[in-house]
Ligand binder design. Structure first.
Ligand code: 1GP
Length: 250
């Protein structure tokens, strides 16, 4: 509960900025540098994860990232059950509630559960909602899941509400990595007004002013991944962090 309580406190104070690092795409040195520089330039936390495990470096890089940051939480954002490790502050145990594929709703979680117990890592039940971002996302393909249509705010809201009633403690709304269209402000705002648990929003956010809009609409945690993978730019991290921190909730 320690990290979840921290996230609740963080969400009460301000909108927060999380950088998503895909350990598969990073050397150990890059993992250390990106984690350090993210924290130094204002990121409030780091998510570690991706859709694939192509290289055998998830745990090594996670350990490096956790060792490199001083204060901010490091959370696992798993693609599949094999992203379980003791070297994170917590693991977002995702159930893809927008899916009707039982493997992504409960199958992967069942496979992860014994490892979570063995490692003693804090697991935070997370209702993951995939929204159409204007292109076929890796998550959509890998999870055999149809995303919720971009303009159907009410459908997203009832999924979030159902996840909350089922006991999930975070909602993560994702347009998918590299989305053409990030999740709309109106959808974020409707979901946020219906739930009382922290809300993560990501997918296709490439500019600080857009990130600020997502925070102003109600995202407690705004996530960027791709934009930093294309060129790790500390000035851009600072701009994202400042824009998100200075946003005003609607
Ligand atoms: C993907 O929400 C994250 O799961 C981040 O998306 O890579 O498009 O920033 P981007």
């Amino acid at each position: 509960m320690k990290t979840y309580k921290l996230l609740i406190e963080m969400a009460k104070q301000q909108a927060n900025y999380f950088c998503l690092l895909d350990p598969d795409n990073l050397s150990g040195e890059e993992a250390r540098e990106y984690a350090c520089k993210s924290e130094e330039n204002g990121a409030d936390g780091i998510l570690v994860g991706g859709s694939l495990m192509y290289n055998d470096c998830f745990e090594d890089n996670l350990k490096i990232i956790k060792g490199a940051v001083k204060k901010i939480p490091v959370l696992i954002f798993p693609g599949l059950f094999n992203f379980v490790s003791r070297y994170a502050d917590a693991l977002l145990l995702l159930s893809v509630v927008s899916s009707r594929n039982p493997q992504m709703l409960i199958g992967e979680q069942v496979r992860a559960a014994p490892l979570i117990k063995k490692y003693g890592v804090e697991a935070i039940g997370t209702g993951y909602i995939l929204i159409d971002g204007g292109n076929n996302s890796s998550v959509q393909y890998m999870s055999h899941s149809m995303p919720i249509p971009h303009a159907k705010d009410d459908i997203a809201a009832v999924h979030a509400l159902a996840a909350q009633y089922m006991g999930m403690r975070i909602i993560y709304m994702d347009a998918g990595s590299g989305a053409v269209n990030p999740i709309s402000n109106s959808m974020i705002s409707q979901v946020k007004s219906d739930i009382n648990i922290p809300l993560f929003v990501g997918g296709g956010i490439r500019k600080p002013d857009i990130a600020a809009q997502k925070a102003a609409a109600g995202a407690d945690f705004v996530v960027t991944g791709n934009v930093l993978e294309e060129g790790f730019d500390t000035r851009l991290i600072r701009e994202f962090a400042q824009a998100i921190h200075h946003s005003r909730r609607i």
